[in-house]
Design a protein around this ligand. Sequence first.
Ligand code: 6GU
Length: 245
Amino acid sequence: MPFAATVLTLYPEMFPGPLGLSLAGRAMAEGKWSLDTVQIRDFAADKHRSVDDSPAGGGAGMVMRADVLAAAVDHVLERRPGAPLLAMTPRGKPLTQGLVRGLAAGPGISILCGRFEGMDERLFEARPILPVSIGDYVLSGGETAALVVLDACVRLLPGVMGAASSGEEESFETGFLEYPHYTRPQMWEGRTIPEVLRSGDHAKIAAWRKARAEDDTRLRRPDLIERHGDARRPPPSGAQREDEG
Ligand code: 6GU
């Protein structure tokens, strides 16, 4: 069974968007995954088809109604009972490669995209929904975040990426950023490719790449080192990594 994605949105025209091209587009054409959209507005019950209302307690903007969202969500949960339902929101759990790996290993995902200031919080209490954020910045809606989640999942599906994607050396799979890459020409604007990469000594190259990955991670993403633990230091006694629990 191909990986089935369902996106609940007020803007179905945004899909498949970039996922209709390149790697993901080819995989979709080959039947390795499918994408359906559900128009949230179709579940509005009043004659104006309204999906939002002003925030309780006052303040700027509008809030998506729990009753309308629940009707759309219930429709999707019935149609795709096996697929986890994510909601894209900056209040969500951060998206990680570990979460992506888990999602890509399943039958598919459904993704609820918020607009306006947010969604009525009672929805998350009343339905099995995992709120997910793609980072600490604010988007105008969850749709572009949903595209990010789907891109990250689709490239991991069987037969979608070639050898490069076995992916075990990639950033975040090792706990470090990936090492830097170079290709011809050997000399560009007076800059050469590191000599070790032309040495043909594969052990030396592997050691150089590992050292560069660690150095660059320390410089650019000290938070990753904190989170993953320094491989060259034993962890404090009794400590366990979160994903080893
Ligand atoms: Cl998932 N949605 C929105 N609207 N903004 C975000 C986000 C999601 N992740 C980061 N910012």
